[in-house]
Design a protein around this ligand. Structure first.
Ligand code: UDP
Length: 472
């Protein structure tokens, strides 16, 4: 029977992007049929002109959404976080079952569901429908191992010290990590916290993996590559089979897929800024620009904006900033500072980040260290200044230090990075003061990352072997 993968994803930018790259790579390299499915809310943002029940085709894969019970988006100001987990689970399960039936009726039966790490419930639906399933872990293997150990014996230790950011924790197969390097959700103490649901979703996933492990080894595709996280991948998580298939980045960043730039923005949930930032970059000398972006979710405090403004006034470096529409005040303050200081810079609401990072003018990336941004910097060989905010970003900032490709900015008692600290870190990442080693490490990872996904590379072989095994 022809293979048909249904790739299910959560409707956030940092989830949609790697799921879309995986879907298209699966279809391109193995000729399998692939349907990409996110919630109705996410689907509408991706395809505003299409009806929710209409199949969208892009010439390579198909798109059809499911309902997660929050068709107008989840809003913690309106919806109750403590009820969200159950509502999300029951609505999504029912809708996924209906979607599978519909695809059967259309003569496109699904043979394997690849589901997002928040969707442990999908495993039951797959079993009920008699199809295989695999998890898609869109963070690092290190983050997987940390969550695994948290739910397998280390919860008490971590919780007891969660108030002490510098307390060191030694987990199997991982380098020593401080509490601040672990996922921020471990520090949540109240069910009313809007993000308490996230830890519950992870817990459900690990319960599913434990159940699978009892039957046979559970399969987890990981958005990383073997050469980057060798030790963690080898022994991190009991019998769970971690399969590195990344880095999943915009295809135009990879040598092998230079012909696909039009698909880079396919999954964008934000409107790109119309300012001519690429032309602006074209006019800048090589490696002279500091690119600053905190991804699709992170917000910075008012005092943090003030410190950024102070840095802009004092710095001679040209900089390109992404400040989303929901931070209008910060946009205005940064733009005013650029004007006043006569500094060279531009503030945009959203950009094609892959193209920016691969532009020769970009010298370093001041980032919140979302995993996609981290992988994109590695693939482009751009050193990072880590300003982690929450979730796995502290882990990623630490990993970039360990890999020699990034420096982590220290925050003060209020969690703010001062202008002086930013200056210190930017100068290191730009290669000043004899710090050329960071650029060299970044270049080395760039080559290894590209090799991993090129034909015959470790991730390419893993993806093909996964598809071959799924057809047996
Ligand atoms: N991104 C983008 N344009 C921007 C800012 C971000 O295309 O102006 C993309 C970025 O390339 C990455 C994703 O949005 O693929 C953000 O994912 P990440 O994991 O870095 O952070 P999150 O948004 O999940 O915190």
């Amino acid at each position: 029977m022809a293979q048909h993968f249904l790739v299910l994803t959560y409707p956030a930018q940092g989830h949609v992007n790697p799921a879309l790259h995986l879907s298209r790579r699966l279809a391109r390299t193995t000729s399998a049929r692939v349907t990409f499915s996110t919630s109705i809310y996410g689907h509408r943002l991706m395809f505003p002109a299409s009806a929710a029940d209409e199949i969208v085709e892009d010439g390579l894969i198909s798109y059809l959404p499911f309902s997660d019970g929050y068709d107008d988006g989840f809003d913690s100001n309106i919806h109750c976080p403590s009820e969200a987990c159950d509502r999300f689970r029951s609505a999504s399960s029912a809708s996924l079952a209906a979607l599978l039936r519909r695809l059967d009726e259309l003569g496109r039966p699904v043979t394997c569901i690849i589901y997002n790490m928040f969707f442990g419930w999908a495993d039951d639906v797959a079993r009920g429908h008699g199809v295989r399933s695999a998890v898609y872990w869109i963070q690092s293997a290190a983050a997987f191992a940390i969550y695994y150990h948290y739910f397998h014996g280390y919860e008490d230790l971590i919780k007891t010290h969660s108030h002490d950011p510098l307390f060191e924790v030694n987990l199997p197969s991982l380098p020593p990590l401080k509490i601040r390097d672990l996922p921020s959700f471990f520090g949540i103490t109240s069910d009313e916290d809007p993000y308490s649901v996230v830890l519950k979703l992870f817990e459900q996933l690990f319960q599913v993996l434990d159940r699978e492990e009892a039957d046979s080894a559970a399969t987890v595709l990981v958005n990383t590559f073997g050469e980057l996280e060798t030790e963690t991948l080898a022994v991190s998580a009991g019998k769970v089979k971690l399969i590195p298939v990344g880095p999943m980045v915009p295809p135009s960043l990879l040598e092998a897929a230079k012909d696909e730039p039009e698909f880079d923005a396919l999954g964008d949930l934000f409107r790109p800024d119309e300012k001519k930032y690429m032309e602006w970059l074209d006019a800048k000398p090589e490696r002279s620009v500091v690119y600053v972006s905190f991804g699709s979710l992170a917000a910075f405090k008012k005092r943090q904006t003030e410190e950024f403004v102070r840095w802009l006034r004092e710095s001679e470096r040209a900089s390109l900033w992404v400040v989303r529409k929901d931070h209008e005040q910060a946009q205005g303050e940064l733009e005013a500072a650029l004007r006043e200081a006569g500094a060279e810079g531009m503030v945009v609401e959203w950009c094609a980040q892959g193209r920016v990072l691969s532009h020769p003018a970009v010298g370093c990336f001041v980032t919140h260290c979302g995993w996609n941004s981290t992988l994109e910097s590695l693939v482009c060989g751009v050193p990072t200044v880590g300003v982690p905010q929450w979730t796995d970003q502290g882990t990623n900032a630490r990993l970039m230090e360990i890999w020699g490709a990034g420096v982590r900015a220290e925050s003060d008692a209020e969690g703010v990075v001062t202008a002086e600290e930013l200056r210190r870190c930017v100068e290191i990442a730009m290669g000043g003061g004899g710090a050329a080693g960071m650029r060299r490490s970044a270049e080395m990872w760039k080559h290894k990352a590209r090799e991993a996904v090129a034909e015959g590379g470790s991730s390419d072989r893993n993806l093909r072997a996964f598809v071959a095994a799924a057809s047996q």
